[in-house]
Design a binder for this molecule. Structure first.
Ligand SMILES: Cc1ncc(COP(=O)(O)O)c(C=O)c1O
Length: 472
């Protein structure tokens, strides 16, 4: 190589280096700090990993803090070893059973453990499925009821084109979604004035030969109480005697992991003859981060073979009963971690601790004459429901707004389902990260907020807007 050429190449390389350094400096200083985040099209060029991280962090920082989120049922705290299980397995696709057979086996173990916890009989291999959450479990459980009903109708030579599902207005919106998405008539019964759950007297009259099933909630989203499952079971057994055989599905999204430990004698599960399937959210009181849920069947007969699909494109013939296909194994493995880490006594201890702090919060709020705290003698999730008394110059929305302003507490104020929609309540979940110290801080803020709003004489104004759009 001539001397000239060599010198030129050296100069070129230096220039390249300079340009790269300048671009890097510019990237860090300007690309994320002074520019809006890309929100409509893929950016033409990439940025430094740290810059990308900061874009994300600064955006998520605008959200609320999960550990002050008393609105959610979903787990907001897991211990470091559990987080290790999650981070070590994020790249393990759960559906690749041929490649990850131990992961598949661990998932089946979780199903068997739940079947046993819910007093299922026999020793079925995998009476249910791991799901993304209770919503997927509900869709699959309800589809199984629809298919079983269709098969029975066909066998009897009767029409199968007008299926209906019977439930109360205290269900989660997922049940309305199921009916709309899968073309089933929703027979939703309003809650009689003054009632917050349903029983046989409300649901019974809705049932006919086209009913694919009845849904009862164990730990409702609205108040944390339970439908009268024992009464509904009795009514369904009487109907069976008259030739109308209708299964009950239990929506135990929250209660399924609470009542076996807080109320072991409460019969809500497979101890009741008409209960054929149960959904439960691993990511709620199953103490795992989102998303994992479980569908558990009473026995193998509940899953119609038509709903199971077989494929072999992952290297081995595999049966799938899911709405999703790919998904991380992390949360399923984390569920098993929680099972073996806590054991029965561990779950009992966690539920007891939450209940104790829940009771303290309830007692402290009862002392506020501006509030009425909801009471029940029946089984209840670890949550407190309170209502602002009518004669106060502020609403529940004003009060939760003030709580948010003080120490960023996230407490939802919402209306009960029909026919009780005139009642606005506030709901506080007391989860495992809600220490006594936090309960006391929240109580103090309730007290000060009430005093402040009384002095301010806030007028009962319009309700906050519905959250829409990506800017929220
Ligand atoms: C009673 C009930 N059912 C179903 C769901 C939906 O559960 P997931 O969020 O696990 O899909 C919820 C969620 O809060 C619930 O409370």
């Amino acid at each position: 190589m001539s001397e000239d050429k060599e010198a030129k190449e050296t100069i070129d390389l230096d220039q390249v280096r300079d340009v790269a350094e300048a671009a890097k400096a510019k990237m860090l200083a300007e690309t994320f700090f002074t520019k809006p985040a890309p929100d409509h099209e893929l950016p033409a060029h990439g940025i430094e990993p740290r810059a990308a991280l900061e874009v994300l962090r600064s955006e998520v920082m605008l959200d609320s803090r999960p550990d002050k989120n008393l609105a959610t049922f979903v787990t907001t705290e897991m211990e470091p070893e559990a987080r290790q299980v999650i981070s070590e397995n994020l790249h393990r696709n759960y559906i690749d059973h041929a490649e990850y057979p131990r992961t598949a086996e661990i998932s089946k173990r979780c199903v068997r453990i739940l079947h046993n916890l819910f007093h299922g009989e026999g020793d079925p291999e995998a009476p249910g499925a791991a799901c993304a959450g209770s919503s997927e479990a509900v869709m699959l459980g309800a589809l199984a009821m629809k298919w079983r009903w269709k098969a029975a109708r066909k066998k009897a030579g009767k029409p199968d084109d007008r299926p209906n599902l019977v439930y109360g207005a205290d269900v989660h919106v997922v049940w309305d979604k199921f009916c709309r998405y899968f073309d089933v008539e929703p027979r939703q019964v309003n809650l009689p004035k003054g009632k917050t759950t349903v029983g046989p007297e409300e649901l019974g009259p809705q049932i006919d030969e086209n009913t694919i099933g009845v849904v009862a909630v164990v730990g409702t989203t609205f108040t944390g109480e339970c439908d009268d499952v024992v009464g509904i079971d009795k009514m369904l057994l009487e109907l069976k005697g008259k030739g109308i055989d209708v299964p009950m599905h239990i929506d135990g999204a929250s209660g399924g992991f609470v009542f076996p430990f807080t109320h072991p004698d409460f019969e809500w599960d497979f101890r009741l003859e008409s209960v054929k399937s149960i959904n439960v959210s691993g990511h709620k009181f199953g103490l795992v981060y989102p998303g994992v849920g479980w569908l558990v069947f009473r026995d193998g007969d509940q899953l119609p073979e038509d709903l199971v699909f077989y494929e072999d494109y992952l290297g081995q013939k595999d049966a799938t009963f899911t709405l999703n296909f790919s998904g991380s194994s992390s949360f399923i493995l984390a569920q098993y971690y929680v099972f073996i880490r806590a054991g029965r006594t561990g779950f009992e201890s966690v539920m007891r601790a939450m209940t104790l702090n829940r009771n303290t919060l309830a007692r402290e709020l009862e002392a506020e004459d501006a509030l009425t705290v909801f009471k029940t003698d029946g089984p209840l999730l670890p949550l407190v429901i309170a209502q602002v008394n009518d004669d106060e110059p502020f609403t529940g929305s004003d009060l939760v707004g003030e709580l948010a302003r003080r120490r960023a507490w996230l407490v939802p104020a919402y209306h009960l389902p029909p026919d009780n929609e005139d009642q606005q309540i506030m709901r506080m979940l007391v989860k495992i990260n809600q220490t006594r110290e936090m309960v006391e801080a929240l109580t103090a803020d309730y007290h000060d907020s009430i005093e402040f709003l009384r002095k301010k004489g806030a007028r009962k104004g319009p309700e906050p807007d519905v959250h829409t759009g990506h800017r929220y």
